[in-house]
Ligand binder design. Structure first.
Ligand code: HEM
Length: 232
C-alpha cells in the first residue's frame, strides 16, 4: 500500500478486489472530517488571539517565551510545542473559557443510569454543558477572567481524563481529530504571535475588544476578530 497521504491510503483501500470502502464512504468520511475539523480549529485560534489582544501583558509573555525558544530557528516545529508551557496554558485557558463545541455532540443513554441521585432514563438525549463547567466558580477561581497562569500551577490537560476540562469530550466518542487539532492550534497560534505584532482597527482600544459569544453547534465570536498584522 502506498503511504503518500490519507487520501491515497483511502483510495488504495477502495481499489482492492473486495473494497472495504466505497467512493461514497470516502466522500462522507472526508466531509465529516472537514465539517468537524474546520470551524473548531480556526474558532479556537480566533478566540485565543482575541483574548491575547485584550490582554497585552499575556500576549507579551507568550511572545517572549516564543522568542527564547526560537532564537536559533525561523519556523516553529511540532517538537517545539513541549518547550512552550505558557503557550500551552494559553490554549487550555482558551478551551476552558470559549470551548468551540459548547455542548459536545448530543449523546444518548444506552440504559437507565443513576448519576448523583438523578436517574437518566434509557434513550434520553444528553447534552454535556462544557461551557458551564468552564465557568463554574466552584471549580475555577475568577472563572470569567482569562488567566492562562492558572494552568501553570495545575496538572490538567484536555485529553478526556480531567472532567473539569473536556473541550474534546471524553471516553469512546472523544474527538478523533484531537491529535491533529492539538498540533494545528498550537502551531498556528505560535506563528501568529511570533511572526507579527498586531493592532486593532483604527480607533479601537484593546480593552474595548468585544468577546460576546454566539452559541450554536459551535461557539463563535459574535463579532469576528479584525486584527491587523504589523510585520516585524
Ligand atoms: C479545536 C479543535 C476541535 C475541537 C474543540 C473538537 C471538539 C470535538 C468534540 C467536543 C466532539 C464530540 C465529542 C463527544 O461526542 O463527546 C468532536 C467529535 C469529532 N471530531 Fe472534533 N474537535 C476539534 C477538531 C477536530 C479535527 C481537526 C477533526 C478532524 C480532522 C475532528 C473530527 C471529529 C470527528 C470525526 C468527530 C466525531 C467523532 C465520533 O462521534 O465518533 N475534530 N470534536
Amino acid at each position: 500500500m502506498s503511504e503518500n497521504d490519507m487520501l491515497q491510503a483511502l483510495l488504495d483501500l477502495n481499489q482492492k478486489d473486495e473494497p472495504e470502502l466505497s467512493f461514497d464512504d470516502i466522500k462522507h468520511l472526508l466531509l465529516d472530517l472537514f465539517v468537524a475539523g474546520t470551524d473548531t480549529t480556526s474558532g479556537t485560534v480566533e478566540w485565543a488571539m482575541a483574548e491575547l489582544m485584550r490582554n497585552p501583558d499575556k500576549m507579551l509573555k507568550a511572545k517572549n517565551e516564543l522568542r527564547n525558544v526560537m532564537r536559533h530557528t525561523k519556523h516553529i516545529q511540532e517538537s517545539d510545542i513541549t518547550k512552550l508551557p505558557y503557550l500551552q496554558a494559553v490554549v487550555k485557558e482558551t478551551f476552558r473559557i470559549h470551548p468551540t463545541v459548547p455542548f459536545l455532540v448530543p449523546h444518548k443513554a444506552n440504559e437507565d443510569t443513576e448519576i448523583n441521585g438523578q436517574v437518566v432514563p434509557k434513550n434520553a438525549q444528553i447534552l454535556v454543558n462544557v461551557w458551564a463547567i468552564g465557568r463554574d466558580s466552584s471549580i475555577w477561581s475568577n472563572p470569567d477572567s482569562f488567566m492562562p497562569e492558572r494552568f501553570l500551577e495545575k496538572e490538567i490537560d484536555f485529553r478526556g481524563q480531567h472532567f473539569e476540562l473536556i473541550p474534546f469530550g471524553g471516553g469512546r466518542r472523544i474527538c478523533v481529530g484531537l491529535p491533529l487539532a492539538y498540533r494545528m492550534v498550537h502551531l498556528m497560534l505560535a506563528s501568529l504571535i511570533n511572526d507579527f505584532d498586531w493592532k486593532l482597527e483604527e480607533g479601537l482600544n484593546f480593552e474595548e475588544l468585544d468577546v460576546t459569544e454566539k452559541f450554536g453547534l459551535s461557539l463563535q465570536k459574535a463579532i469576528p476578530l479584525k486584527a491587523i498584522p504589523i510585520k516585524l
